[in-house]
Design a protein around this ligand. Structure first.
Ligand SMILES: [Fe+2]
Ligand SMILES: [Fe+2]
Length: 264
C-alpha cells in the first residue's frame, strides 16, 4: 500500500531494506497535518550489500585520476547521498513539531537527495561498478544522538556536511575533468548546484531558530557537538563563492575559512 502521510512515507524510506524502497519518490501532495509523536530511529534498514561497515574507506582526491579508484570514490559519494536521503526522512520523524515550512523543505530536499543517489548510480554503472560492491560507512548516522533539535539538525547536515560538500564536489569535478571524465564532472557540478540550495535552507532556518541576539557564528558553534566543528565545514580547497551564493554572510564564511583544525 502506498504511504498516505509524510510520516508513513518517511518511515518507509528509513526502514526500507531495498534501494528501490529508499529511492521511491513521495506521492504528490502527501498530507502532514498530524505528524504524530517524535520517532528517533537508531539505525536504518538497508539491503544486505549496503550494510554499514565501520571500517569503510574512500580513496583521496588524487584517486580520481585512476578509473578504479574513481569508481570507489563515486561509490562513497553515493553512500553519502543515500545517508542524506535517510537522514532527511529521519528528521521528518524526529521533529514532528517543527514549523510546517521546515518540514516541507525537508521533504523537498529528500527528493533531491534521491536524485543525487541516482546520478551517482549512473556513474557507477559507467565505471562497471554496482552500489554495494564496496563496504559503506555510516558516518552521518553516527552523529544522530547529537541531533536533538531542528537547529542542531541543520547545523550538522546543512552547515557542516553539505557545506563541506560544496568544496568536495568542486575539487572532484576539477579532478574528473583533468582525468578525461567530463560526464562525472557534470554530475558533480549538478549536485553542487543543488547543494547550494540545501545549504541555504540550513542557513535560513538557523537564522529563524537561533536564540534571538545570538550571532549566526555563535548559533552555529553552539549547535554542533564535537567532533563536528567549523573545520569540518570545509574541504581541502576553500571555495567561498558557493557559500556566498547560498546566502552565508561574509563574516561567517571568513570564520569558517580561518577556523583552526580543532577549534570549536
Ligand atoms: Fe546531495
Ligand atoms: Fe544535500
Amino acid at each position: 500500500m502506498d504511504p498516505t502521510t509524510v510520516r508513513t512515507y518517511a518511515e518507509r524510506v528509513v526502514r526500507a531494506e531495498s534501494l528501490d524502497g529508499k529511492l521511491a519518490p513521495p506521492p504528490p501532495d502527501l498530507p502532514d497535518e498530524r505528524p504524530g509523536p517524535s520517532l528517533r530511529i537508531a539505525t536504518p534498514g538497508r539491503p544486505p550489500e549496503l550494510g554499514i561497515a565501520p571500517s569503510a574507506r574512500v580513496p583521496p582526491l588524487e584517486g580520481m585520476a585512476d578509473p578504479a579508484q574513481r569508481a570507489r570514490i563515486l561509490h562513497g559519494f553515493a553512500n553519502h547521498e543515500l545517508q542524506a536521503v535517510e537522514l532527511f526522512a529521519w528528521a521528518l520523524l524526529a521533529f514532528p513539531d517543527a514549523p510546517e515550512a521546515f518540514r516541507r523543505g525537508l521533504l523537498r530536499i529528500l527528493v533531491e537527495e534521491q536524485e543525487h543517489v541516482r546520478l551517482y548510480l549512473s556513474r557507477l554503472e559507467a565505471h562497471g561498478t554496482a552500489f554495494g560492491d564496496h563496504p559503506v560507512s555510516g558516518y552521518f548516522w553516527g552523529k544522530i544522538d547529537t541531533l536533538t533539535t531542528p537547529a542542531r539538525f541543520v547545523c550538522a547536515m546543512s552547515l557542516t556536511f553539505e557545506t563541506a560538500n560544496l568544496d568536495h564536489a568542486a575539487d572532484h569535478a576539477t579532478a574528473a575533468r583533468a582525468a578525461g571524465d567530463p560526464e562525472t564532472a557534470e554530475v558533480l557540478d549538478r549536485i553542487a548546484r543543488d547543494e547550494i540550495r540545501h545549504v541555504a535552507f540550513g542557513w535560513q532556518w538557523l537564522r529563524k531558530l537561533r536564540d534571538p541576539g545570538r550571532s549566526m557564528w555563535d548559533a552555529y558553534r553552539e549547535n554542533v557537538s564535537w567532533p563536528l566543528r567549523p573545520a569540518l565545514s570545509r574541504g581541502r580547497t576553500f571555495h567561498p563563492g558557493p557559500r556566498l551564493a547560498a546566502g552565508l554572510d561574509e563574516d561567517f564564511v571568513r570564520r569558517i575559512a580561518e577556523a583552526g583544525p580543532d577549534e570549536t
